[in-house]
Design a protein around this ligand. Structure first.
Ligand code: NAD
Length: 338
């Protein structure tokens, strides 16, 4: 079986090498077609951040395992990540945040387990980038929320919640203020909820959600949100389980799926071989399961969990009084625990 791999920018190549080394050591039956994609491809003049060959390869293979890609702030540069999600209509972004033994947080120390799946709408909202100056001093941005776009991501969230045997599925929104756009999203949520009477469906305003997440995260299970709010709440949830080093994501479309970490290129630590590859590895488990390689996923996941439980860690987490491993050493430690 073949998949496309884009190593990404910044720490991307370092963490991708570590994860593929772990896969190879476990004899994961995958072949990788490395594709040219990222800021460096954009800089070469490809305005969507990928070569035509890369696009064809990804469309032929249907699965992209992707490192983070840089988007410089400011005018004139499109995000390669957003472009990729739109190009292939990967409408749902699934992000799983779970307590990991060995990764200490205020909640793990208090014995409060976390298992939250955020489903973020991935295409619409303000991410269309439709904005302009109305006058020299007034900037205007347009926000698109559509019924078909909302229904498809919400339906995905309900299906996934049913498979997960979720206790609760929550729509989070700001429909009290954005009555038309978030109001439409919320209406769609309760419309779909009628088809799933077995699931407890409710809603919470997004600011209230943030407060409740940092006080009682264990009361949430599956949370579905619009794009921008989902982006922000995801990083908050990453903080609950130990940081961005532990936040995986899957961009789900009908024809193409992209698996990547939630975090970015970490320019402050790039090139030092000290990044934590766990988020990309967790994204890799979701990809292996998507491809039916459940046994490989289980064996490597057990090795990762055992490694973390032993207190083995990279510099971004764990007991600071114990020496940390670099990216390559951390991958080797996981391999030694197969
Ligand atoms: P970031 O996620 O790259 O980094 C935020 C902080 O977390 C930094 O201190 C970084 O060192 C740390 N960090 C992130 N991942 C880590 C890891 N694996 N191990 C250890 N520490 C880690 O966020 P940023 O600095 O705001 O963004 C940098 C670039 O990444 C920007 O160009 C942004 O657009 C891009 N980005 C890309 C994606 C993606 O490709 N999906 C996602 C988010 C941001």
């Amino acid at each position: 079986m073949k998949i496309a791999v884009a190593k990404g920018d910044g720490i991307g190549p370092e963490i991708m090498s570590a994860v593929l080394k772990i896969f190879d050591a476990n004899k994961v039956p995958l072949e990788y077609e490395i594709v040219d994609m990222g800021k460096w491809v954009f800089d070469k003049g490809f305005s969507n951040g990928m070569t035509p060959e890369a696009q064809q390869t990804i469309e032929r293979l249907g699965v992209l395992f992707k490192g983070p890609m840089e988007t410089p702030k400011g005018k004139g540069v499109k995000s390669v990540n957003v472009t990729a999600r739109k190009t292939w209509n990967t409408y749902a972004n699934k992000r799983v945040f779970q307590t990991l033994h060995g990764v200490d947080t205020v909640f793990s120390k208090a014995g409060i387990p976390i298992d939250i799946t955020v489903v973020r709408e991935n295409i619409e909202d303000t991410y269309g980038g439709v904005e302009h100056m109305l006058t020299q001093d007034v900037a205007l941005s347009r926000r698109f929320i559509t019924r078909p776009g909302s229904l498809q991501v919400i339906r995905y969230a309900f299906e996934m919640a049913r498979q997960k045997k979720a206790r609760r599925i929550t729509c989070s929104h700001k429909a009290n203020i954005m009555k038309i756009t978030d109001g439409l999203f919320l209406d769609c949520f309760y419309e779909v909820a009628k088809e799933y009477p077995d699931l407890k469906a409710d809603d919470v305003i997004v600011d209230d959600l943030c407060m409740k997440l940092v006080t009682r995260p264990d009361t949430f299970d599956v949370v579905v949100l619009t794009n921008l709010q989902g982006d922000i709440v995801s990083d908050l949830c990453a903080g609950l389980v130990g940081g961005l080093g532990f936040a995986p994501s899957a961009n789900i479309g009908d024809h193409i799926c992209i698996f990547e970490a939630v975090h970015g290129t970490a320019p402050d630590i790039a090139g030092k071989n000290i990044a934590n590859p766990t988020a990309l590895l967790l994204s890799g488990f979701a990809m292996l399961r998507h491809l039916g390689l459940t046994e490989n996923a289980a064996v490597i996941e057990n090795a990762l969990l055992y490694t973390l439980e032993q207190g083995v860690h990279t510099g971004d987490f764990g007991d600071k009084s114990k020496p940390s491993l670099n990216t390559t050493e951390f991958a080797d430690a996981i391999i030694s625990n197969f």
